[in-house]
Design a protein around this ligand. Structure first.
Ligand code: FAD
Ligand code: MLT
Ligand code: ZN
Length: 479
């Protein structure tokens, strides 16, 4: 069947705005966020309802057309990008962006999977509650994509990953069956936890169309501190101190090296005059929903103890909302700063907290002996044992050629080190298409076999995002 006949069949299922097949408009959907790969697609379909999603999936299954679900297309591993065959359609959830219900008593929010994260945060805040998922891409990424990648971000140390916030799900399986489990319950031991299968599945098991997320009391007080670390400051011990002495009110513990801070401030219009300590910086924030706690006083006492212990050279507390915003802006502008300079080769590693210092030492020597001229931008969610150990692409080189060279050499050494310390090559960014070979290299054989069985059970014909993460049983060819 010709491509135009296929597209015509989908057009019959959707209204006017539901099919995009104009090559110029399609282009933004077929290139990944890091602009490392451009795929090809018959069309971008934009269903408006779960019923339409189910009809699309049924028709695609009948015609043997693959499906790539897409949210905000902000993910870093190419999971939302179709392959080069032109035999996969993109199903964009962007028209399914409703907030279905906020239930302040049950402390939950029910949304369409295409709702933009920031809008969901806002809807929760309007009801006096917090959706505790926050990341730099929150103005563009969508809840279905957050579930697909099990997004982490900036407040995992207190609230966990997307997985920990998910109470219920609605999803369309590869034969068009709708799983309707928009459950608000905290306790529900009634067999397999199907919703969790979709978390981190990156579109390979079905299309998430709705979700119920757990909310928390909205913090009304915060104390935000910029800690200037002494050289070799033991990050894990410092974290333990801040966490313990702030009585578990810690929401953020982000590490930044001087280089990463400089990249961010160079990209900002009004950068604050903040400096890192000789061992880098930690941005730490405690937050509380209580009016009865004096968080500034608490944080000052914690910082005084940390200075006394010699772990930090100095620290200052944001004295106003604008100082706090400026500190946060520095942290959140690092990815943009890297991009403006010619990008970075990203290593989203995590190791057990007890090994974080060892990783930094070993990785530092690996980089120096690989090429002493390489520049690093190292920062990340150190409170979760997660570092973005990024190698900067020099300004005057071909970005893709450089990325390929580093990824086939130094990156493997860094991942070997993380693995040897009990860590992983992907802490929060997923596997997608770009990191499949790493899953094969580092993944436990039994675990991969179990993943392939799950994939086969959910999607025996390999319609859902074929080529990403893992292939079903019986399909051996690499795609
Ligand atoms: P997409 O990129 O559209 O899709 C991601 C994957 O999920 C794909 O495999 C896709 O097929 C699948 N998918 C999408 N929608 C659905 C659906 N409805 N049903 C089933 N599968 C679906 N990530 C972090 O974890 N932490 C961070 O701190 C962080 N910071 C970032 C900062 C910036 C500036 C940027 C650009 C990205 C950042 N990311 C971060 C990565 C990215 O934002 C997250 O992975 C995000 O969760 C992706 O959401 P999305 O809607 O853009 O998904
Ligand atoms: C972040 O924490 O800023 C992102 O996960 C990393 C990135 O955007 O490179
Ligand atoms: Zn991150």
């Amino acid at each position: 069947m010709s491509q135009s006949v296929h597209v015509h069949a989908f057009r019959d299922l959707l209204d006017g705005g539901g099919v995009v097949d104009d090559p110029e408009r399609i282009a933004t959907y077929t290139t990944d966020q890091r602009q490392l790969f451009t795929g090809s697609t018959l069309a971008v379909l934009k269903p408006a309802t779960t019923k339409q999603v189910a009809e699309i999936v049924r028709l695609a299954a009948q015609q043997g057309i693959g499906i790539v679900p897409q949210g905000g297309n902000t993910s870093y591993c190419g999971g939302a990008t179709p392959d080069a065959t032109g035999r996969q359609i993109i199903v964009s959830l962007e028209r399914m962006d409703r907030i279905r219900e906020v239930d302040p008593i049950s402390m939950s929010i029910s949304v369409d999977a295409g709702a933009i994260l920031k809008n969901v945060q806002h809807a929760a805040a309007t009801a006096g509650l917090l959706l505790p998922l926050s990341l730099g891409a929150e103005g563009s990424c969508r809840i279905g994509g957050n579930i697909g990648t099990n997004a982490g971000g900036l407040s995992v140390v207190r609230y966990g990953m997307t997985r920990d916030l998910l109470l219920g799900i609605e999803a369309v399986l590869s034969d068009g069956t709708v799983v309707s489990d928009m459950c608000k319950l905290r306790k529900n031991n009634t067999g397999y936890d199907i919703k969790q299968c979709f978390v981190g599945s990156e579109g390979t098991l079905g299309i998430v169309t709705g979700a119920v997320l757990r909310l928390a009391p909205l913090p009304i007080r915060r104390a935000t501190a910029w800690l200037k670390l002494a050289t070799g400051a033991p990050l894990a011990e410092l974290l333990a101190l801040v966490r313990r002495e702030s009585a578990e009110l810690l929401t953020t513990f982000e590490f930044m090296t001087a280089r990463s801070i400089a990249l961010a401030t160079e990209a900002m219009t009004n950068p604050p005059s903040v400096r890192a300590g000789s061992g880098g910086t930690v941005l730490a924030e405690i937050a509380s929903s209580s009016r009865h706690l004096d968080l500034d006083e608490l944080m000052e006492a914690v910082l005084a103890e940390a200075i006394e212990s010699g772990r930090i050279e100095d620290a200052f507390l944001a004295q106003s909302g604008s100082q706090r915003t400026a500190m946060w802006e520095v942290r959140e502008t690092i990815p943009e700063g890297e991009k403006r300079r010619n990008g970075s080769v990203k290593h989203d590693i995590s190791v057990p907290l007890s090994s974080i210092q060892r990783f930094l030492d070993l990785a530092g020597s690996q980089v120096r002996s690989y090429d002493a001229d390489l520049e690093l931008s190292v920062y990340g969610h150190v409170g979760d044992g997660n570092l973005h150990y990024n190698v900067l692409v020099p300004p005057d080189v071909d970005r893709i050629e450089f990325t390929n060279r580093i990824e086939s050499g130094l990156s493997l050494q860094l991942y070997d080190t993380a693995a040897a310390l009990g860590g992983t090559f992907s802490a929060e960014h997923g596997v997608g298409r770009f990191k499949k070979h790493l899953l094969e290299r580092y993944g436990d054989v039994g675990r991969i076999a179990a993943m392939r069985r799950i994939k086969t059970a959910f999607d025996p014909s390999d319609i859902m995002n074929a080529g990403a993460v893992v292939r079903p049983l019986g399909k051996e060819s690499a795609s």
